[in-house]
Design a protein around this ligand. Structure first.
Ligand SMILES: [Zn+2]
Ligand SMILES: [Zn+2]
Length: 342
């Protein structure tokens, strides 16, 4: 049963999820409450080891041999979101009423609990532990993509109340949508335009130029480069690019995941050091479901290149940004990279 609905804004072409099962009264929006306050009010954390019965039954877990599902003994645990924005189902039918277009809120909404320990964030884990988390992300994405009605899988992490986290326990989320989001299409069209002109992947070219210039480069290891983007929207925004070209995160092999774990740990530790533990978002950018991608963009394998984005939440989106889509960034990406290089 779905109680949420996707509605299309005709002017922008953007879809909105009206998630009524998360329904709140106006009172709930009046005063922001921090995750820590909420956790304290609730008195316990449903994601901590020992509280397995307080989440919906697990979908997947890395656990010690001989331990039963939904009991202690796990290191990473994946559960359905208790208040999902979208719910599993068949490919949704579009409804048209007058000029208004909508569809049932079909999709997937999962939570990856990164550790049973409440106080150990990603940068506190070992690279091997982080690699396991990355492997679980891939496993979940591949599993969701066995059902082609889920056209786009979005992996993200909200850390801290200001970054949108409602629980402070280290976790990330996976939301799969029944349509390709507008922003994803825009990125693919942008890289397709560049490819048409040059026959080169825009991302491969960017990595090459950033490595040559060096001024926005934060670090490079065997398989990844980290830099602050030339047109960074936010202070200390970082992109983590795989050096090997591929549109799909799931294509990364274990050597690459190991390398990614290293740079992710290091990038987050640098951020924490410079900005004293800021709230942040981590966002995966990859091509939509391979079947959809190859049907709509036959050259997707050549034109798109997956990457991760880390956005510390230090500034607010305000009137000018809402009106124009412009961003005003008070820290140059060159200065940010210099601080991050230390
Ligand atoms: Zn906890
Ligand atoms: Zn590329």
């Amino acid at each position: 049963m779905t109680t949420s609905e996707l509605r299309k804004d005709l002017i922008s072409g953007r879809w909105v999820i009206i998630a009524s099962e998360r329904s709140k009264r106006p009172d709930d929006f009046r005063r922001p409450v921090s995750c820590e306050q909420k956790d304290a009010q609730a008195g316990f954390c449903p994601f901590c080891g020992g509280n397995e019965s307080k989440t919906p039954p697990e979908i997947f877990a890395m656990r010690n041999p001989g331990t039963a599902p939904d009991t202690p003994g796990w290191t990473i645990r994946v559960v359905p979101n208790k208040f999902p924005a979208l719910t599993r189902g068949e490919s949704p039918q579009r409804k048209i009423r007058g000029i208004f277009e909508s569809m049932p809120g079909i999709g997937v909404h999962e939570v990856v609990i990164e550790s049973p320990d409440h106080d150990r964030e990603i940068n506190d884990l070992t690279p091997a532990q982080i690699q396991d988390i990355l492997g679980v992300y891939q496993q979940r994405i591949r599993s969701i993509e066995t059902e082609p009605q889920y056209q786009y899988v979005q992996l993200f992490k909200n850390k801290g109340n200001e970054a949108g986290a409602s629980l402070s326990h280290p976790h990330s989320q996976i939301v799969a949508t029944p349509i390709v989001p507008k922003r994803v299409k825009e990125k693919i069209y942008g890289s397709e335009r560049y490819f048409k002109r040059t026959k080169v992947c825009l991302f491969c070219r960017t990595i090459e130029e950033e490595r040559a210039a060096g001024e926005r480069l934060v670090m490079v290891n065997a398989h990844f480069a980290v830099n602050t983007p030339f047109a960074s929207r936010f202070p200390f925004e970082m992109r983590i690019h795989p050096l090997r070209h591929s549109p799909f995160f799931s294509s990364a092999g274990s050597d690459e995941l190991n390398s990614l774990a290293e740079v992710l740990k290091s990038a987050l530790a640098r951020l924490k050091g410079i900005l004293s533990d800021p709230p942040y978002n981590i966002v995966l950018h990859q091509a939509p479901h391979p079947e959809t991608s190859r049907k709509v963009w036959p050259r997707i394998d050549l034109i798109f290149h997956w990457y991760l984005e880390i956005i510390p939440v230090l500034t607010r989106i305000a009137g000018f940004e809402w009106g124009t889509g412009f961003y005003i960034n008070p820290v140059s990406p060159e200065a940010a990279a210099k601080f991050l290089r230390g």
